[in-house]
Design a protein around this ligand. Sequence first.
Ligand SMILES: Nc1ncnc2c1ncn2[C@@H]1O[C@H](COP(=O)(O)OP(=O)(O)O)[C@@H](O)[C@H]1O
Ligand SMILES: [Mg+2]
Length: 182
Amino acid sequence: MDDGDGHPVESAVTQPIPDPAGFSALGATASPAQTAGLGARAAGLLRGGEALFLWGPLGAGKTLFTQGLCRGLGVTDEVVSPTYNLACRYRGRLTIHHLDFYRVAPGADLADIGVDGMLEELDAGAAVLVAEWPLPLVPVVARRVELLVVPGAGPDDRLWYARGEPQLPPAWRDLLAAAPPC
Ligand SMILES: Nc1ncnc2c1ncn2[C@@H]1O[C@H](COP(=O)(O)OP(=O)(O)O)[C@@H](O)[C@H]1O
Ligand SMILES: [Mg+2]
């Protein structure tokens, strides 16, 4: 594959972003701080064992949301984008496995990345998994909450959507229902 000028582009860039039509609309955030606040609010819904998929284009706010979520779970370490190291582990009220599979092709050996061990920790209930570009995880994570974030009308506007497997827990549907997080 090339970019039209003969330059190769990474195949992982073709990970599709799902259509919002398959999701419930949650509402909007209008600033980076509001998105971080939304993540912190989501942290309050986590009891351990949850897998959270974050869909959305580059620059939508998936990492910023995760930084807020980690803050909400009491993580004091700096939370960085795992785009290059694929997986970062943080300790707060729960252990957080923050994954970014932008560079992981569907069908890649997830055991190499340590996903099996993470899923065992999830089953034991003391960890959560937050995954950006989660497509390679779809076949191995049956129970999950999925958020989709896409740009809105203004440069700082972001629209949020949610769905779940086997279903979306009602509390997630109401994540943005009250006053916007700040
Ligand atoms: N409402 C908003 N929510 C999240 N990010 C925003 C918002 N408005 C502007 N931004 C900017 O968009 C970028 C989001 O980056 P990041 O969280 O790394 O995206 P992603 O992980 O989805 O690629 C940041 O530079 C942030 O400041
Ligand atoms: Mg990111």
